[in-house]
Structures are given as structure tokens and as C-alpha cells.
Design a protein around this ligand. Structure first.
Ligand code: MG
Length: 162
């Protein structure tokens, strides 16, 4: 009997710097700092993509979108997400649900959380209640607590599409 479900987890962190936009879950969030990266550095979307790939043991996003490749410079991570989604669909899988958490001391993400979930659900052609986005601070502890960066964790359940 073949396995009908697969689970994957993803993690990402990017450094906070000035003169960069803060993009989380494809949503631009007003803040004096933004995340540094080769692409738009959308840590939430990156964690979700790694969870999707991990569920099928397909490696990680660095393999498909290497930072050394100039074509991904400044890339919209939602475009990459669509490509990863197509990859898992091509292998006969669909997303059951996603749960994620963003760890950021500032800014307050609560006003933006629903928009992030809705945006990701729309891109992935899912119902809003299939995409959970949560936010927490790190209680001022560690690198995220010192506002040196923002990180994100994601878990994705895939279901065989047949
Ligand atoms: Mg990343």
C-alpha cells in the first residue's frame, strides 16, 4: 500500500537591515527595516516552500533557486512558490494544509496576519482555512529578540491527488 500523505517542515531566517522592504507571505509590511537576501527575502514563503519540498524529499529551495544565479536576484518569492507548487503537483500531490509561525520582535504582525494567509492561499489555490499563519515575538531573547532578523517555521501536509 502506498503512502497517501506526506509531511514536511521548513525553517528560514533572514537578517534585518535598513533600506530593504519587509515582505512576509507576499505582503509588504511598513517598517523601518527590511529583510536582506538575494530574492525579496520573504522568510515565511521560503519556510513554506522548504516544507513542501521536504515532504517529498525533493531537497531545498537553495537547490532550485541558488543565490549564485542572477536570475533570482530580487525575485518575488510568490513566483518561486508557484513553481514549487507546480513541482509537487507534477509528482501527484496536493496540499492538505499548512501551518506556520513567524518570529519577529517588531513590527506587530497581528494586523497583517490574515492578509498573509489569504495571499498564500490564493497563490496556492487553497481555501483560507487551509493556510494558517501565526506570529510571535521571541520575548527579546536571541537574534530575533534583538531584532537582528526575522525567522519563520512551517509544516505542510501533502495528500496524494488521485
Ligand atoms: Mg530564505
Amino acid at each position: 500500500m502506498t503512502m497517501k500523505i506526506r509531511i514536511g517542515n521548513g525553517y528560514d531566517i533572514h537578517r534585518l537591515v535598513s533600506d530593504r522592504n519587509l515582505i512576509l507571505g507576499g505582503i509588504h509590511i511598513p517598517h523601518e527595516l527590511g529583510l536582506l537576501g538575494h530574492s525579496d527575502a520573504d522568510v515565511l514563503t521560503h519556510a513554506i516552500m522548504d516544507a513542501m519540498l521536504g515532504a517529498l524529499s525533493l531537497g531545498d529551495i537553495g537547490h532550485y533557486f541558488p543565490p549564485s544565479d542572477p536570475q533570482w536576484a530580487g525575485a518575488d518569492s510568490l513566483v518561486l512558490l508557484k513553481q514549487v507548487h507546480q513541482l509537487i503537483r507534477d509528482q501527484g500531490w496536493k496540499i492538505g494544509n499548512i501551518d506556520s509561525v513567524v518570529v519577529a520582535e517588531r513590527p506587530k504582525l497581528k494586523p497583517h496576519i490574515a492578509k498573509m494567509g489569504d495571499k498564500l492561499a490564493a497563490i496556492l489555490e487553497l481555501k483560507p482555512n487551509q493556510v494558517s499563519v501565526k506570529a510571535t515575538t521571541n520575548e527579546k531573547l536571541g537574534s530575533t529578540g534583538r531584532e537582528e532578523g526575522i525567522c519563520a517555521y512551517a509544516v505542510v501536509l501533502l495528500v496524494a491527488s488521485d
